[in-house]
Design a binder for this molecule. Structure first.
Ligand code: PLP
Length: 437
């Protein structure tokens, strides 16, 4: 129970402010980040001794919470044999076993696995696969990606080009980003009826431009960092049909939604859709280490491998890192060994009950819950400072963005933890509204 002495904590905070970029921040950052000393279960322990329930799972990743004995042991066992070796010309059991498991649990058509060290790079690899597929097929004119607005696929340049044009600040990067093909965002609502007129616009755009389009890329069922919106899973079924009809590949980005978060192991199971290329990341390692994966069908792999340049020219230094692979396999097997679906259902019920009253709050325009995800949408952009302070006072860590206060708690969160998270979200919404009025 030792805490960093406050003088040392103050010195660290000062160093942080002078040295470090944080996500989406300026230098120095406008708001001082909280100094975390350790984490266990669902709790973050701050240097000043305060404890916060992590309502964010460290951005979708820490589904089993922190310092889980099974995951700690998996890293330690692997550390005792090797932490890393290059993957060019060498291979190892952790990568092979993990690839085998990923192929087992994803749609049957996906048989090949490319490991990367982050989700953005998994999307880069997916884009490269799709573009090279058509180059190898002798149709290099099919070089664009098509997507819907409101998406988020990562922060490197090619993924940025398929993020929502406004959220992804395309105007700032105008001359640098590849120009992609956009449709409107999918009509909102998991239970909303399909909008045939909307699908007709996709059909018309594909009919007109499919000679330029390599692949459709979308997040399934939930658009995450682009706005935390839900859509009817049947849109995926229809995009699959459209892709086939117009000779375009389908890339599904499950980096946020994978590993149970929406109530299915993968969100594409809500629609029984099988993509040509699938991206995984975030919760894949239980939040322990940075690793992601791009899976593809034999048809994609064979086409690339029989082209004029018969290799996929990509090979990160830390490809298939053994520590990350070992903890990933342990995390997946831990998940599958439990009644995870009823745990996610329990969280869905608790979030639905705990957030229902928030609909009455001034400034709250929408409350939505799906699986272990709860969202309050506000009328105005959130005052991050006021909202964070209110949540911390309730003993909860939240990280709002834009007009959204949201949670995706670790699956091990107790009913009491969930009550506290919901209370903190309501308090954060009230504080933000008071601060922005
Ligand atoms: C987070 C995320 C990414 C990017 O992953 P990083 O590991 O942050 O590079 C890509 N796609 C989706 C859907 C994500 O949620």
């Amino acid at each position: 129970m030792t805490s960093v002495p406050s003088s040392a904590a103050g010195a660290l905070a000062e160093l942080d402010a002078g040295l470090l970029w944080h996500p989406y921040s300026s230098m120095p950052a406008q708001h001082q980040p909280l100094l975390v000393e350790s984490a266990e279960g669902v709790r973050l322990r701050l240097a000043d001794g305060r404890e916060l329930i992590d309502g964010m799972s460290s951005w979708w990743a820490a589904i089993h919470g922190y310092r889980h004995p099974v995951l700690d042991a998996a890293v330690q066992v692997q550390l005792a044999s090797m932490s890393h070796v290059m993957f060019g010309g060498l291979t190892h059991a952790p990568a092979i076993r993990l690839a085998e498991r990923l192929v087992q649990i994803t749609p049957e058509e996906l048989r090949h696995v490319f490991f990367t060290d982050s989700g953005s790079v998994a999307v880069e690899v997916a884009a490269k696969m799709a573009l090279q597929y058509w180059i190898s097929a002798g149709r290099p004119g099919k070089h664009k990606l098509m997507t819907w607005r409101g998406g988020y696929h990562g922060d490197t340049l090619h993924p940025m080009s398929v993020c929502d044009p406004e959220g992804g600040m395309h105007a700032l990067w105008k001359s640098m980003l590849p120009v992609q093909v956009f449709q409107d965002a999918p009509p909102a609502g998991f239970d909303a009826p399909l909008d045939e007129a909307y699908l007709a616009r996709w059909e018309a755009a594909l009919a007109a431009d499919s000679n330029e389009i390599a692949a459709i890329i979308v997040e399934p069922v939930i658009q995450g960092a682009g706005g935390m919106t839900f859509h009817n899973p049947s849109y995926l079924t229809r995009l699959r049909e459209l892709a086939d009809r117009h000779e375009v590949l389908l890339i599904v980005d499950e980096i946020a939604t994978g590993f149970g978060r929406t109530g299915r192991l993968f969100a594409l199971e809500h629609a029984a859709v099988s993509p040509d290329i699938l991206c995984l990341g975030k919760a894949m390692t239980g939040g322990y280490l940075s690793m992601a994966a791009t899976l593809c069908t034999p048809s994609v792999a064979e086409r690339i491998s029989s082209g004029d340049v018969p290799v996929l020219a990509h090979g990160p230094t830390f490809m298939a890192n053994p520590l990350a692979a070992a903890v990933s396999l342990a995390s997946i097997d831990l998940l599958l060994s439990q009644p995870w679906q009823s745990e996610v259902g329990r969280i869905e019920t608790a979030l639905t009950a705990g957030l229902a009253q928030a609909a009455e709050l001034p400034g709250v325009t929408d409350v939505r819950v799906l699986g272990a995800i709860g969202v309050l949408q506000l009328r105005d952009p959130v005052s991050i400072e006021a909202a964070t302070r209110a949540a911390v006072e309730c003993g909860v860590w939240l990280r709002p963005f834009r007009d959204l206060i949201y949670t995706m708690p670790p699956y091990i969160s107790s009913d009491d933890d969930l009550v506290r998270i919901c209370r903190a979200m309501r308090a954060a919404a009230e504080a933000s509204d008071a601060a922005t009025r």
